[in-house]
Design a protein around this ligand. Structure first.
Ligand code: PRP
Length: 206
């Protein structure tokens, strides 16, 4: 697994704004979507294109278009929904798969309550969306579901990740690429990321 940490100043600036204690729901939603859009740019840089000839204004012209596997985006309910519009802005034809998981706050283990994958998952690149990668349990369970559906090309986009979670996911799924706006310091004893964002789900949904 490769972990790609965003270096772009706009991502750093917007993520910094998201960390404010008293941020409004509107601002958190807007920034979550904007950071997701910028992470999508990073996470799709190496996708293949092919040359095709089209009729241009001055005659035939060779242009590039996307080639190979189609994309499905996969927001993890709930908080991943806040990233979805930003990604769809860049990839409007992407199919959407959805999984719902919440973390049992005592055991910190993920609980799956919804799963609906797009069709032909074996032919798709999946972009998982979730603002937070904490212990890594939610991401591992999501990747397990994706692989079971036949998907073999998986990338995850996160606003903040804890080193402990990255290590756990790396060990469980070494073939998955992670794109993250920031790797934070650590988890606290309740499994929250420090300094982190707080509860992103509550900040987006209220
Ligand atoms: C948060 C977050 C991730 C998960 C990360 O969701 O959005 O999905 O926790 O934790 P983990 O890496 O330790 O598994 P939460 O359980 O708060 O659900 P919500 O999005 O519905 O609020």
């Amino acid at each position: 697994m490769a972990v790609h940490i965003a270096e772009h100043p706009l991502i750093k600036h917007k993520l910094g704004l998201m960390r404010a204690k008293n941020i409004s729901t509107k601002d958190f939603r807007d920034l979550s979507s904007e950071v997701a859009r910028l992470l999508t740019y990073e996470a799709t840089k190496d996708l293949e294109t092919e040359e095709v000839e089209i009729d241009g204004w001055a005659g035939p012209v060779t242009v590039e278009r996307m080639k190979g596997k189609k994309i499905t985006i996969l927001p993890i309910l709930r908080a991943g929904l806040g990233m979805m519009n930003g990604v769809i802005d860049l990839i409007p034809s992407a199919k959407v798969s959805v999984v719902g998981l919440y973390r049992n706050e005592e055991t910190l283990e993920p609980v799956v309550y919804y799963e609906k994958m797009a069709g032909e998952m074996d032919k798709r690149i999946a972009l998982i969306l979730d603002p937070m990668l904490a212990t890594g349990g939610t991401l591992i369970a999501t990747i397990d579901m994706l692989k079971k559906s036949g998907c073999t090309s998986i990338r995850g986009l996160f606003h903040v990740a804890a080193p402990e979670g990255i290590k756990r996911v790396t060990d469980a799924h070494p073939d998955v690429d992670i794109y993250v706006a920031a790797v934070d310091e650590r988890l606290n004893d309740k499994g929250y990321i420090l300094p982190g964002l707080g509860d992103a789900g509550d900040k987006i949904f209220g």
